[in-house]
Design a protein around this ligand. Structure first.
Ligand SMILES: NC(=O)c1ccc[n+]([C@@H]2O[C@H](COP(=O)([O-])OP(=O)(O)OC[C@H]3O[C@@H](n4cnc5c(N)ncnc54)[C@H](O)[C@@H]3O)[C@@H](O)[C@H]2O)c1
Ligand SMILES: [Zn+2]
Length: 367
């Protein structure tokens, strides 16, 4: 088992990573509880595969629990989902010292984290992520949110979990497309500030996606360590450090908005194409080489991830895509900070380039 810590003073918390940890969940949760009782929140897909196992692991330590199974899918991260969850927690008699368990992907993690930040003015929660995306990204760092009609993740709070338990064996049931989308966020850590890790991805990404458990475990631990380091340095994204995690996301956001946040393009798939666009834009501005941008494109293409506007299914003009970017919640004083790069593993934040120049660039990227 690998044990990492997110260093946040009094709010520091451990991240445990290991094959089979789900079966030991009770033993890791028990020391945190003031009473031997917890509430598990999950979705329909994850409940079918893992709720009984998690329940047995808690039962083995004498921990009683109740569970709420919400519909699988992004629509659950909504006002309706939040109302249902918070009212259920109150009905279950949740106390502020209780630890609610979020068992699932980023949708369940984000929703449960947000509910726990407001129910009775805040109770504790534990992340048990079951998608690759949640295991390498969303379960760590304390960003919680729901979506509203005006946009994704617009209502939320920073609320750190008390513990994160990652069991990579859960990935064996994850659909291949979801695995690929999570893998895009793995590659992102290499591109942010770790060229050696990007080279590792080039050499091992295909094996990881084919089910190589050693590659999977290495990538998760390496990615989570990077995320923990970035979050500890800039918890609330005030210093341009945590913002680097948005590499590929501003471009990706435009593609997601254009495809209506639908199954046409998963978040991680949009990020994959967005990372290529960020590297190409950087090359177009003379910040980095076209060869580096091509290296990023080639790797993502080799693992069947979208790597261009065309392969992401987008045939919209640059102006329309840039208009989506103008609605990004990161816009400050009318300018959108972009994460660009000086080469593989050398990304940085800048607001030097206006959306008009982004629109012109995107026009040139159309097939
Ligand atoms: N808080 C953050 O820092 C952060 C970071 C990145 C993304 N997010 C959020 O995460 C969400 C996306 O998360 P996601 O990609 O995990 O999606 P998800 O939670 O919707 O899970 C994807 C699908 O996989 C299913 N699933 C989950 N685990 C499974 C398993 N082990 N076996 C079989 N099926 C399984 C789910 O039921 C769902 O159908 C978005 O809402 C995004 O905004 C948050
Ligand atoms: Zn992302």
């Amino acid at each position: 088992m690998t044990r990492l810590t997110v260093e946040l003073g009094a709010r520091s918390y451990p991240i445990l990573i290991g094959e089979g940890l789900l079966d030991e969940l009770g033993a890791h949760v028990a020391p945190l509880l003031k009473r031997p009782r917890t509430m598990i929140v999950t979705d329909t897909h994850v409940a079918d595969a893992y709720l009984a196992k998690v329940g047995a692991a808690l039962g083995a330590e004498g921990i009683s629990f109740s569970s709420l199974v919400l519909p699988a899918g992004e629509a659950t991260k909504s006002w309706e989902g939040l109302a249902r969850l918070t009212e259920w927690l109150i009905g279950e008699g949740v106390e502020r010292s209780d630890h609610v368990i979020a068992l699932g992907g980023g949708v369940i993690g984000d929703l449960v984290g947000f509910a726990c930040s407001i129910v009775k003015r805040g109770c504790a929660f534990i992340q048990v992520p079951t998608t690759l995306l949640a295991q390498v990204d969303s379960s760590v760092g304390g960003k919680t949110a729901i979506n509203v009609p005006a946009g994704k993740n617009l209502i939320g709070a920073f609320h750190q979990p008390a513990l994160v338990v990652i069991d990579p064996t859960t990935l064996s049931t994850l659909p291949r497309r979801e695995l690929g989308a999570g893998y895009a966020e793995v590659v992102k850590y290499g591109l942010i500030d770790d060229a050696d890790f990007f080279a590792w991805c080039e050499a091992n990404g295909a094996a990881l996606l084919a089910g190589d458990t050693a590659a999977r475990a290495y990538a998760i631990a390496h990615s989570v360590a990077a995320k923990a380091r970035i979050v500890a340095a800039d918890e609330r994204e005030t210093q341009d450090i945590r913002a680097l995690l948005n590499l590929g996301h501003s471009f990706g956001h435009a593609l997601e908005a254009e495809t209506g946040y639908s199954a046409r393009l998963l978040h991680g798939e949009a990020v994959a194409a967005g990372m290529v666009l960020a590297h190409r834009f950087s090359a177009a501005k003379g910040l980095s080489s076209a060869a580096d941008a091509e290296r990023v494109r080639a790797h993502l293409a080799s693992v069947d991830l979208p790597h261009s506007l065309a392969s992401a299914g987008i045939n919209t003009g640059g102006a329309a895509l840039a208009a989506h970017m103008a609605h990004d919640k990161k816009v400050r004083g009318g300018k959108l900070p972009l994460i660009l790069t000086r080469g593989i593993g050398r990304s940085f934040v800048t607001d030097e380039y206006g959306l008009d120049s982004v629109a012109e660039f995107l026009d040139g990227q159309a097939a």
